[in-house]
Ligand binder design. Structure first.
Ligand SMILES: *Cc1c(COP(=O)(O)O)cnc(C)c1O
Length: 389
């Protein structure tokens, strides 16, 4: 069979359904204003929630560390790639999350695959919210454990599954803030169920850290929970931290277990030390500048009120992820293109990333946006929705 001919069918089908994905080359740093194809856009699609990806102090730390350590880490952490910078960041993240230890991973995708596979084997069961991030779903699919998916935030459904399970080892896994809807997992109720059924709770707080909680400590802080409630906590560094990588925080025993058994930790090159150095500085900003979170909250409130006035279909989110529901993938693409022609970059999220007929514009905010930016987006949304009605 000819390779390209046989692959073409699936590509054609994707195009026909308005589901074809394309990349856009960016010619500037991440920021509120972003340049592509020589044209400047007001961006509402990055996960750089606190505006740290291009912060001068973060860049300076990166440059200094690159001068000292070079660019590549040279090897995995267990061979000779674990530098002082990685170690110092792990200690700072353990301190920040109030846990005994933290362990760096090279990406959130890998942290999630690694944690699930290090903790579970055949005969165990992993329970996941249907809207969990793809990396958590893939982690469970890769493991030998039984895999149960419960309806989004439907704890009665989860309880039914837990009560029917005979597994000794049970793990419940959720996003702290769901990446495409922006709502919180019901962590306090999940803790009650975890305790009742003797399961361990894993929270991937990729979109919570830095953005929510008084001190930016994420969903766990938002709900006033602690280590004993959420013993396995995952964070990513490519979003509010503005850098790259991920971490798992928990007990010393959990971290030692991951060092021994998480294959995505063991068999991969350590992050560049300069990324770790830059992240330590962005962690400092997260802790020292709560005004970034407060400003985000005012942008979110202003946007939500504006959407209600325009009768746009927003979701229950109170986080910087503010999806506007459209429905069909085709219409979502049309609106996204109209916004583009007006100088706004807002990404359309389509199936299979979200369920069928729930295509949406995934609007995200950064602490570097102003109220005027958000007001201009609301105007453009009103015009674009009117144009495709
Ligand atoms: C982005 C994201 C990840 C993946 O993290 P990367 O560091 O980008 O690989 C994992 N989980 C959630 C919930 C995410 O939003």
């Amino acid at each position: 069979m000819n390779l390209d001919n046989s692959l073409q069918d699936a590509l054609r089908e994707r195009r026909a359904k308005s589901l074809y994905r394309q990349r856009t080359c960016v010619e500037s740093a991440q920021g509120v204003e972003i340049v592509r194809n020589g044209k400047s856009y007001l961006s509402f699609c990055s996960n750089d929630y606190l505006g740290l990806a291009n912060h001068p102090k973060v860049i300076e730390a990166f440059n200094l560390a690159a001068k000292k350590y070079g660019v590549g880490s040279g090897a995995s952490h267990l061979v000779c790639g674990h530098s002082h910078e990685h170690h110092a960041l792990e200690e700072a993240l353990a301190d920040f999350t109030g846990r005994s230890r933290a362990l760096l991973f090279s990406s959130g995708y890998m942290a999630n695959m690694g944690v699930i596979n290090a903790l579970l084997k055949r005969g165990d069961t992993v329970f996941e919210d249907r809207l969990n991030h793809a990396s958590l779903i893939d982690g469970a699919l890769l493991s030998a454990a039984d895999f149960k998916r419960f309806r989004h935030n439907d704890l009665a459904h989860l309880e039914q599954q837990l009560s029917q399970s005979n597994s000794i080892r049970k793990v419940i896994v959720v996003d702290g803030v769901f990446s495409m809807d922006g709502d919180f997992a019901k962590l306090p109720d999940l803790c009650v169920l975890a305790e009742k059924y003797n399961a361990w709770l894993v929270v991937d707080d990729a979109h919570g850290f830095g953005c929510v909680g008084k001190n930016g400590n994420g969903s766990v802080e938002h709900f006033g929970l602690g280590h004993s409630d959420v013993p396995i906590l995952i964070g990513t560094l490519g979003k509010a931290f503005g850098t790259f990588g991920a971490f798992v925080a928990g007990s010393a025993t959990l971290i030692e277990t991951l060092i021994q058994f998480a294959r995505t930790y063991i068999y991969t090159t350590a992050l560049p030390p300069a990324v770790a150095a830059a992240t330590r500085v962005s962690l400092g900003i997260i802790k020292q500048e709560p005004q970034r979170r407060e400003h985000l909250t005012s942008l979110i409130d202003f946007f939500r009120q504006g959407c209600r006035d325009l009768k746009l279909d927003i979701m229950v989110s109170t986080t910087p992820i503010q999806p506007v529901l459209v429905g069909s993938a085709d219409k979502a693409m049309k609106i996204s293109h109209l916004l583009e022609s007006k100088g706004f970059w807002v990404s359309a999220i389509r199936p299979p990333t979200v369920p069928a007929d729930t295509a949406r514009l995934r609007v995200t905010f950064s602490a570097n946006h102003t109220i005027e930016h958000v007001a201009s987006l609301l105007n453009a949304l009103a015009e674009a929705f009117n144009a495709v009605e």
